[in-house]
Design a protein around this ligand. Structure first.
Ligand SMILES: [Zn+2]
Length: 316
């Protein structure tokens, strides 16, 4: 059922840049931003709660839930390796994803910092570089599905940047699936990366049960949910491939690309760990997309995100 994957590339050494530092200053500024009052719930109707207390309808293939874990709007896209006249897009979606597999639940990315939740109107970043929103926390959205963090068996991150690890500390009882290279960088050498990582967001995972990865990983052993190593944006960046019984194969990009323009023009952010590795990963993932006829979602693509079914609706 699962096809063999092209081999994983290796990473090369880090090149720091002033622009990356600028973006990470922005990230820090975002973390420090205040939070507005929590907006009223406005969940969709017509879906069965997932929690064991409420009874989950039996299903024998994965279901994918897309959760709204914020937006970021930048004044300039220069940190992403683009000039401001190359794309008019400034807003990034920040989704989280729950994969409900018959053998367990996997959370993929945890969005903006939990402390920022409750911000329903665009809130200026302290440094003037843009705005963010984050309406309902990931925790609340899981509760809408009848779930608590204790129901999440496994947690994995495309990478450990602040906009993907914002609720990570809630899941210290879950099994962490992480590349050895990402663990080393984010947990043991974060100080070497000059603000790229924000360890306070995920420090509780340091003692979590974990499966250290050195390449691709078949999460549930049946080929239906596969972590695919795609280093470059960070040392252990990865993407996720899901075989949905009805919709077909789907790959979640992580931050292999931020904007469509990055993909069509093979452009890497200036704050990447390794542009060379990113380009190799792009080649590998694009080959996989072609080989499998897979659908490909750029996670931060707001225009795409706006077309998606959001939890409690799901894809299967
Ligand atoms: Zn990101």
């Amino acid at each position: 059922m699962s096809k063999s994957l092209p081999r994983s590339p290796t990473t090369s050494h880090l090149t720091l840049s002033v622009a990356r530092k600028a973006l990470m200053s922005l990230a820090t500024a975002i973390l420090l931003a205040g939070c507005a009052d929590l907006a009223a719930q406005n969940g969709s109707a017509g879906n069965t709660p997932l929690g064991t207390n409420t009874g989950t309808a039996a299903h024998n293939s994965p279901r994918l839930y897309v959760l709204d874990c914020g937006t970021i709007t930048f004044a300039s896209v220069a940190p992403f390796g683009l000039t401001d006249d190359e794309t008019s897009v400034r807003e990034l979606a920040v989704p989280c994803y729950l994969i409900d597999h018959p053998d367990g639940k996997l959370l993929w990315d945890t969005g903006l910092p939990a402390a920022m939740a409750g911000t329903s109107t665009p809130t200026p970043l302290p440094n003037g570089g843009g705005t963010f929103t984050y309406q309902h926390s990931l925790l609340e959205q899981l509760a809408d599905l009848g779930l608590t963090p204790a129901d999440i068996d496994k947690v994995a991150f495309s990478h450990m940047h602040f906009d993907h690890t914002g609720s990570a500390n809630l899941f210290s009882a879950s099994q962490l699936l992480i590349q050895q290279t990402e663990f080393t960088a984010a947990f043991e050498q974060a100080d070497k990366f000059e603000g790229v990582f924000e360890p306070s967001l995920y420090e509780d995972l340091a003692q979590a049960r974990r499966r250290m990865l050195n390449g691709d990983h078949d999460v549930f052993g049946d080929g239906s949910v596969q972590i695919i190593s795609a280093p470059g944006h960070t040392p252990g960046h990865q993407v996720l491939r899901i075989d949905l019984a009805n919709r077909g194969a789907l790959i979640l990009s992580g931050d292999l690309y931020h904007f469509r323009f990055n993909r069509t023009n093979r452009r890497t952010p200036v704050f990447n760990y390794s542009a060379e590795s990113s380009l190799t990963s792009m080649d590998r993932v694009e080959a996989l997309i072609k080989q499998d006829g897979a659908e490909f979602w750029i996670q931060h693509d707001k225009a795409l995100y706006d077309t998606l079914r959001i939890s409690p609706a799901y894809y299967d």
